[in-house]
Design a binder for this molecule. Structure first.
Ligand code: ZN
Length: 504
């Protein structure tokens, strides 16, 4: 066979796998949004079957042969990148037996059901057996993939290719050491009347506002949609079918506003892949950390900035005249940037947020290493919250049950949020240098300036290189906390009038 036909055969299989992945994505999205309660077990079986099929079609021996021949002959840079990414995924998959893939898929669905039941009961116990099963399977998976003695590395690599526990832990420890004193200095400094207290924000008006927000940021609603879910996320089947969800709280507009901004950041990334990369592994972020950099950038660095709200706040006031009509912009801006020790990660401010991540990463690492029993997890969580943030959750819903990740058996995902925060600050810093009009454009609601820059520099690059290499190309340096800490200090210096010079 000619090499070109090997590459063609491989490309056809790659397209097929992407299609299967899209269908799995649709079923997952549906499970989180509209699936009737009684259909849970049936959906678990459907997902397990599809994931098994995906696995078979990926690891099939002929694919290995096509891949080897294609690697020898592929000349175009994008083809070589595509083969490298595909090789990485396939090599990992080949090592994992199909039995384990199916068992994991079933355990994930059971985990989700157990987590839901536990949340309804407001205690951890109903979730414990499912999490124990997931943990056992993840250990088995990590051993099958292989690692140098740290199982967490094998799992981390799935979300953040190239990252290791040994490299990650010092980054998180430095962040913790810088942030704890900063929280100490800032906690309470922005307190004042809560502009949202005692107010009602019509859910339908909130919904319409979030849809307008999507339009303002440039999310293409002809190539995606937004729905509601308990735990907002971004999913979908293809860059032309990107599905966001948001959560609406009638007592407070922030979950919907910042949830939508966050997921929209993910959605813009997905919609921004080059059409020629569609249905290939290049139409993907090179890491979840880089994906998170896009969501956090829009949610926080832009979405909680004063210029952004100089433009948008009159519109928000017009949407909620009774609640916000007499609240000045400055009060609103302070309220959405208040630093507070709070139990819920997704509602945490930018200063305390990474402390929530350090806590989760430490706990899941201990679980995986066997240093912590699942039965002891809720108390370990509460003790860590007291030690890190000085607060104790009222119950397990406010504590260990708040995130969906462990219900899906996602171990190694959490640290990507912190990496995303660090990358976001470095990318914004580079954008400010490249785009002198950035902030004056934001203030006029012209968000396309930044979006198109991100599109060129990040989205359209897809998975051509690693996340850190892409960031290094754009910013001149790899992973660093310097830009993030400087961003926080400058922001809170302006908000509080205090000079914040904790060592970094
Ligand atoms: Zn996110």
């Amino acid at each position: 066979m000619q090499t070109s036909s090997q590459l063609d055969a491989l490309r056809a299989r790659i397209h097929e796998l992407k299609d299967l992945g899209g269908i799995i994505g649709l079923l997952n999205w549906d499970q989180e949004t509209y699936l009737p309660d009684k259909a849970g077990p049936a959906r678990a079986a459907q997902l397990s079957t599809l994931q098994g099929l995906y696995h078979q079609r990926l690891v099939a021996p002929e694919v290995g042969e096509w891949l080897e021949l294609a690697e020898r002959e592929a000349a175009a840079a994008d083809d070589r990148s595509m083969l490298r990414v595909f090789r990485h995924e396939r090599d990992r998959a080949v090592k994992v037996p199909e039995r384990l893939v199916r068992a994991l898929a079933e355990a994930q669905s059971d985990g989700l059901a157990g987590w839901r039941e536990a949340r309804a009961a407001r205690r951890f116990a109903p979730f414990q057996p499912a999490l124990e099963r997931l943990l056992a399977l993840r250990r088995e998976q990590a051993d099958a993939i292989g690692h140098g003695g740290e199982r967490y590395d094998a799992l981390l690599d799935h979300y953040e290719p190239g990252m290791t526990t040994a490299r990650l832990l010092p980054v998180l420890e430095r962040l913790r050491a810088s942030l704890v004193p900063l929280v100490e200095r800032l906690d309470g400094t922005l307190d004042g009347a809560d502009p949202f207290a005692g107010q009602t924000f019509d859910p339908e008006v909130q919904w319409r506002f979030t849809v307008e927000l999507l339009g303002l940021l440039g999310f293409d609603l002809q190539a995606g949609r937004q729905d509601r879910s308990i735990h907002p996320f971004t999913g979908g089947t293809h860059p032309t079918d990107v599905r966001l969800t948001t959560r609406i709280d009638a007592a407070n507009p922030c979950p919907a506003l910042f949830g939508t901004l966050h997921e929209c950041g993910h959605g813009l990334y997905e919609q921004g892949f080059l059409p020629e990369h569609h249905r290939t592994p290049l139409a993907a972020a090179p890491s979840m950390g880089l994906h998170e950099s896009q969501s956090r950038l829009w949610e926080n660095l832009i979405g909680r900035s004063l210029p952004f709200w100089r433009f948008l706040y009159p519109r928000l006031q017009a949407a909620f005249p009774a609640a916000l009509g007499r609240v000045p912009l400055e009060s609103f801006h302070r309220a959405i940037n208040r630093v507070r020790r709070s139990p819920i990660r997704v509602e945490a401010d930018e200063v305390t947020y990474n402390l929530h991540i350090v806590l989760r990463t430490t706990l899941e690492l201990r679980l995986l290493r066997g240093d912590l029993a699942v039965a002891d997890l809720p108390e370990a969580w509460n003790a860590a919250m007291v030690a890190t943030l000085g607060i104790r959750p009222r119950d397990d819903v406010e504590g260990v049950l708040q995130d969906i990740h462990w219900a899906w058996g996602e171990l190694g995902y959490f640290p990507t949020y912190s990496l995303g925060n660090l990358y976001a600050a470095s990318l914004l810093h580079a954008a400010e240098r490249a785009l002198p009009a950035l902030w004056s454009d934001v203030e006029r609601g012209q968000l396309g300036t930044l979006r198109e820059w991100l599109r060129r520099e990040v989205h359209q690059q897809g998975f051509r290189t690693s996340a850190e290499d892409r960031v290094r190309t754009i910013t001149g340096q790899g992973l660093t906390d310097a830009d993030f800490l400087e961003y926080l200090r400058a922001k809170y210096r302006a908000l509080t009038g205090r000079v914040l010079t904790t060592s970094s």
